[in-house]
Design a protein around this ligand. Structure first.
Ligand SMILES: [Zn+2]
Length: 457
């Protein structure tokens, strides 16, 4: 490699890094209660994007959706551009709230530490998800500077409330449907380049979400006449609720390996060693064994093979000496693909087996339709990942958390969830937690991933 050529490139990367830091410093924190949101920060973020990316600002049309979601349209070069199929690059610029306490470096200071391969950028949003937002912005700006125009329209969609209600993405999806825009490819956050996913597999794995579990909450409610706690009946509302929760924990949903997971096991397992490789690559034969192993191996693998339930909130009486007239639990459920909200409710009712415990869905999201795991658009994405991470093995998987992209699952057969960054398990653990950070080198690689992708759209 010619070092003189490498110099200006790294200079460009350093300027990119400064823009990322500037955007990380804008505290676009989401809160469930709209009144707590500092909307001025969101306005500032949008204005700063215009200022930092002049070519993008000049060439792309911008529209605000649902107040603060940013939707950009980059018109394609072909005569049929506009008739589609279009591509949508998604990310979100709201971040999970963070206070300084417990952080090694304040969450909105965008502090850099280390050097070379150990250079790390600290801050809320580095991984989730401004790293992607700014990576996309950088790639578009560089493409424009190089005189590139995509064949078909490319949209950039940056949600403002992914971490809470997802109204921005929902409204945007409705807009695309209403305008009758044909959607080819949708790329959103979450999947990443990871290591040590499976025992004996040493190569990095690029996991691309082709679906996501349904995120739904149910309430379990028991109502009863109140009274003084000094003269309790044999069975109180709280007892009954507690019994229901225990029964639920004793009857988990059936574990199974769906087709996406089977493909993942086969694809990743082929790079393993010894007897495990033998088992992984023969999923069909060893399915029952693999189901049992996955259900026990770790909380992550257990979440892959079944619908999970977690009782997250409990409420009862307001006073220590009064019986609860209403005892209630909230069960957060992640519904496996192949199942439904209604089927899940029926399972809860059967497991609880008590007609006095009322089961109701308070937010109902079905699992997302499964996108294609082969074909031209899958190949395009997988090929682009491999060009950025040559040693990585690309595999589909089912994302266990929810993303904004689920809104587009009914509109396209090719909705993928992948953030083009290497993330260690330590780094992944900082998502929604303290000390969120990204390695600078992988962020630079991520920009090149988006640049290459844009060249191919
Ligand atoms: Zn996110």
């Amino acid at each position: 490699m010619n070092p003189q050529r490498a110099l200006p490139e790294s200079g460009a990367d350093e300027a990119s890094l400064e823009r990322l830091r500037a955007l990380l410093r804008v505290p676009t924190m989401s809160h469930l209660d709209d009144a707590e949101v500092d909307w001025a920060a969101f306005d500032r973020f949008g204005a700063l994007v215009d200022e930092l990316y002049p070519l993008l600002h000049g060439a792309l049309e911008r529209e605000l959706v649902a107040g603060h979601t940013l939707l950009y349209r980059w018109r394609g070069a072909s005569a049929t551009a506009g008739d589609g199929p279009v591509s949508i690059l998604m990310a979100h610029y709201d971040v999970v709230a963070a206070a300084d306490e417990g952080w090694q470096h304040p969450p909105f200071d965008a502090v850099l530490t280390g050097s070379g391969a150990d250079r790390v950028l600290w801050g809320r949003g580095t991984l989730d998800d401004k790293g992607s937002v700014v990576g996309i912005l950088e790639a578009v700006e560089r493409s424009l500077a190089a005189g590139h125009t995509p064949e078909n329209d490319v949209y950039l969609l940056f949600g403002h409330d992914e971490e809470t209600n997802g109204t921005g993405a929902e409204a945007a999806a409705a807009l695309f449907a209403e305008r009758g825009i044909r959607i080819g490819l949708v790329l959103d956050e979450v999947g990443a380049v990871v290591e040590k996913l499976f025992p004996t597999v040493d190569v990095p794995i690029a996991v691309v979400g082709v679906s996501e579990k349904g995120t739904t909450s149910f309430t379990l409610t028991v109502e009863q006449e109140g009274g003084h706690a000094s003269t309790p009946p044999r069975d109180t509302a709280t007892n009954r609720l507690a019994r229901a929760i225990v029964r639920l924990s004793k009857r988990p949903f059936r574990a199974r390996i769906n087709d996406v997971t089977a493909t993942m096991i086969r694809t990743v397992g082929a790079h393993g060693r010894g007897p495990l490789k033998f088992v992984f690559t023969r999923v069909g034969v060893f399915r029952p064994l693999l189901v049992a192993v996955f259900a026990r191996m770790s909380v992550e693998t257990a979440a892959i093979v079944r619908t999970t339930t977690a009782v997250t909130q409990l409420s009862g009486s307001l006073a220590a000496n009064a019986l609860a007239e209403r005892a209630q639990a909230v069960v957060n459920v992640r519904i496996a693909i192949g199942s439904t909200v209604d089927g899940t409710r029926r399972h809860l009712e059967r497991a609880i087996a008590d007609p006095l415990v009322r089961v109701e869905a308070i937010s109902a999201n079905e699992p997302a339709a499964v996108s294609e795991m082969s074909g031209p658009r899958w190949d395009l994405l997988a090929g682009t990942i491999t060009s950025a991470y040559p040693t990585a093995v690309v595999t589909p998987y089912v994302q266990t958390g929810a993303t904004d992209s689920r809104q587009f699952a009914p509109l396209s057969r090719n909705v993928y969830r992948f953030s083009p960054f290497e993330m260690s398990s330590d780094e992944r653990a900082t998502l929604h937690a303290k000390n969120e950070r990204i390695h600078v080198a992988t962020w630079f690689t991520g920009i090149r991933f988006f640049e290459t992708l844009l060249r191919r759209l």
